[in-house]
Write a protein that binds this ligand. Structure first.
Ligand code: ZN
Length: 135
C-alpha cells in the first residue's frame, strides 16, 4: 500500500537556469535553494520552494540530455509534475501489478536526495508524472 501525499513540485525545462531563476526571485520575490547537477540525468536543478510545494527549474548540461531534447521538441515550459508518495517501492509494485506503463521500474536518485521514478505519459493522459519519496 502507498499513499500520495501532495504535489511535491512542478518541473520546468529552461534553457538558462540563471536567467529563469531571476523571474521567480526578482519578479515574484521567491527564494531559490542551491543548485545541484544530477550527472545521470544530464541536468542542473534548482528548487524554489513555496508553501508545501516547489518549483523545479531544469537546465540541460548536455545537448543530448532529456531536458535539451524536450526543449528541442516543445520549447521551454512544464516538463513534468511530481507527486510525493510515502513509499515509492510500494507505489511502483502496485502500479506494475495494475499494468501501468512505467519509465522507471526501480527508484533512482533525484535531486535533493529524493527517491524518484517516472510514469510514462501514455499511462497518465499525456503528463510525465514523477513519483518522489523523501525520507
Ligand atoms: Zn522533478
Amino acid at each position: 500500500m502507498f499513499k500520495v501525499l501532495k504535489v511535491d513540485h512542478i518541473g520546468i525545462a529552461v534553457k538558462n537556469l540563471e536567467e529563469s531563476k531571476k523571474f521567480y526571485t526578482e519578479v515574484l520575490g521567491m527564494t531559490a535553494l542551491g543548485e545541484e547537477v544530477v550527472e545521470e540525468q544530464k541536468v542542473r536543478v534548482c528548487f524554489i520552494p513555496t508553501g508545501d510545494s516547489e518549483v523545479e527549474l531544469l537546465e540541460s548540461t548536455s545537448p543530448d540530455g532529456p531536458i535539451a531534447k524536450f526543449i528541442e521538441k516543445n520549447g521551454e515550459g512544464i516538463q513534468h509534475i511530481a507527486l510525493r508518495v510515502d513509499n515509492i517501492e510500494a507505489a511502483l509494485a502496485d502500479l506494475k501489478e495494475k499494468g501501468i506503463r512505467l519509465i522507471d521500474e526501480k527508484p533512482r536518485y533525484g535531486a535533493g536526495g529524493a527517491s524518484i521514478a517516472f510514469i510514462h505519459p501514455k499511462a497518465t493522459g499525456g503528463i510525465l508524472l514523477e513519483l518522489s519519496e523523501r525520507k
